[in-house]
Design a protein around this ligand. Structure first.
Ligand SMILES: [Cu+2]
Length: 159
């Protein structure tokens, strides 16, 4: 009988801990309307200082969302860049506030918009991953994982 009660006690603690750590309890308000998914970059070579990161962004909410800033531990700074032709030369231009329209997707991909990590603090190695934090216009911070891929997978990429 005593052992049975003990079992119930542990079962109770188990379910209590599940409900305490459940993400549903943490976000009863309207959070996570912006989803960042599938971030990747390529391994750095030699003394490579900068690298481009690509990621898919989904705005499931009814209002436009602005990414104001990207925070990272692995580089001095992170900027959002877009590609522009200037006198027949492709150039990168910084985007200060990236707007993701309501109910829409934005794919940061090679040849287009990308996240530029500038002043890499360490070599980034194939198979590893790191995280970036995105600060939104409502000050919400969203963290997303970036996978590091082999340069062998890279073909004719501009940036
Ligand atoms: Cu760039």
């Amino acid at each position: 009988m005593i052992t049975k009660l003990k079992k119930f006690k542990y079962l109770f603690i188990f379910f209590l801990s599940i409900s305490l750590f459940s993400p549903i309890n943490l976000s009863s308000d309207q959070r996570l309307n912006l989803l960042l998914h599938g971030g990747y970059t390529f391994e750095s070579l030699g003394n490579q200082n900068n690298t481009a990161v690509y990621i898919s962004i989904f705005n499931n909410s009814d209002k436009d969302i602005v990414i104001k800033e990207i925070l990272t531990d692995i580089a001095e700074k992170a900027e959002i860049h877009e590609m522009r032709f200037v006198n027949d030369v492709m150039q990168m231009k910084m985007v200060k506030n990236l707007i993701i329209k309501r109910k829409s997707e934005l794919y940061l991909q090679p040849g287009g918009k990308h996240i530029m990590l500038m002043g890499l603090k360490k070599k980034i190695i194939d198979g590893e991953h790191f995280s970036l934090k995105f600060r939104l216009d409502n000050e919400e911070l969203i963290e997303s994982k970036v996978m590091v891929l082999s340069n062998k997978l890279r073909e004719n990429l501009i940036n």
